[in-house]
Design a protein around this ligand. Structure first.
Ligand SMILES: [Zn+2]
Length: 342
């Protein structure tokens, strides 16, 4: 079978590999839509701290069951499924308490094991969810990144009636904005230094957009929202954005650190203390967040066709990665997908 291999920094190849047989408890799935994630781009540049090359990427995947391993019940060939890619040990303190996104031995399909950017891939049957009738594969492959957003929104706390700021209008920022809206946020500001991304945020429902590099951006957001944001989602996680997040948040409010930071940053601790702020990390998701993401898409809350901006066949994986990194025809790419069966 064909598989996309990130071989070394900047080196992507399409290689022949053996069709994997599903082991006990596993399914073999032929992915029909696979999204390219920021972490795939970091891996492609060999800059991801937890992904070693070579790797077959692909963890935002939906497709059809192709073969069923021994001991699997409830799935048969042809079933439409989407992947929840976190591989967990089921036995550590986190797994036993249901917080398996924090598993001591967490691995991610397409990061530490071979992923979905191939003619077929295998993963444990219990890591798959059924795609509801009528949901497109493109939409089903968007469930994984949306689950990151529904988890972040859940750990943020009650958002009904809240003012919210989202720093960063990449795919995770936009999905977080949409998930926050669905959770009841009444006023949402979104910042991004790229004008095209701010415009897209506006079209998708942001009440206030701002260029974070403008002097006075923080002041303007404070004045245009009904009040300072109850919750600030930092989907970038740099020194600049964490400073802005803390500066923006309402006293007693919450700063959610959602973007993957590249290293340490300084926190304005005097403000965290004096304003009684809560600093909340968020990492991946658990089943209820995935189910919430499926329900949001099924309920029409997520304009999938505006978010999945282009799809490519597997042979054009290099072009797809370039589009995901650089945008398409001058427009920022929100979500680029590959269609391995096309
Ligand atoms: Zn565990």
């Amino acid at each position: 079978m064909r598989q996309v291999v990130l071989a070394a920094a900047g080196e992507l190849r399409i290689e022949d590999g053996p069709l994997p047989d599903p082991g006990r408890g596993e399914l073999r799935v032929r992915a029909e839509a696979v999204g390219i994630c920021g972490s795939d781009l970091h891996a492609f540049a060999d800059e991801h701290p937890f992904i070693d090359l070579p790797v077959v990427p692909g963890h935002e995947a939906a497709g059809r069951v192709d073969a069923v391993g021994e001991g699997v019940s409830g799935f048969s060939a042809g079933d439409a499924v989407l992947l929840e890619p976190n591989l967990i040990d089921h036995s550590c303190i986190y797994c036993r308490s249901g917080r398996y996104n924090l598993c001591e031995h967490l691995q991610v399909v397409g990061c530490q094991t071979s992923g979905a950017l191939a003619d077929a891939f295998v993963a444990p049957a219990e890591r798959f969810h059924r795609v509801p009738d009528g949901m497109s594969m493109a939409a089903a492959a968007l469930v994984e990144p949306l689950s990151t957003a529904t988890h972040a929104v859940r750990v943020a706390g009650e958002l009904s009636g809240a003012s919210v700021a989202v720093l960063g209008a990449g795919s995770i920022g936009l999905l977080t904005m949409l998930a926050a809206r669905s959770a009841g946020a009444v006023a949402i500001a979104v910042t991004d230094p790229i004008a095209g991304k701010r415009e897209l945020a506006r079209k998708l429902g942001a009440d206030v957009i701002a260029d974070p590099t403008d002097d006075g951006a923080v002041e303007r957001i404070r004045s245009e929202l009904p009040h300072r944001p109850d919750v600030v989602f930092d989907c970038v996680s740099t020194q600049t954005t964490i400073d802005q997040a803390v500066a923006l948040a309402l006293k007693g409010g919450t700063v959610v650190v959602e973007g993957v930071a590249h290293g340490a940053a300084t926190i304005p601790l005097h403000l965290v203390q004096d304003r009684e702020l809560r600093l909340q990390g968020t990492a991946m998701y658990v089943r209820e967040d995935v189910e919430r993401a499926i329900a949001l898409i099924e309920g029409g809350s997520i304009p999938v066709e505006r978010l999945v901006t282009r799809s490519y066949p597997l042979e054009q994986a290099a072009e797809a990665f370039r589009a995901a990194a650089e945008g398409v025809d001058g427009d920022p790419a929100v979500k680029i997908q590959l269609e391995p069966q096309r």
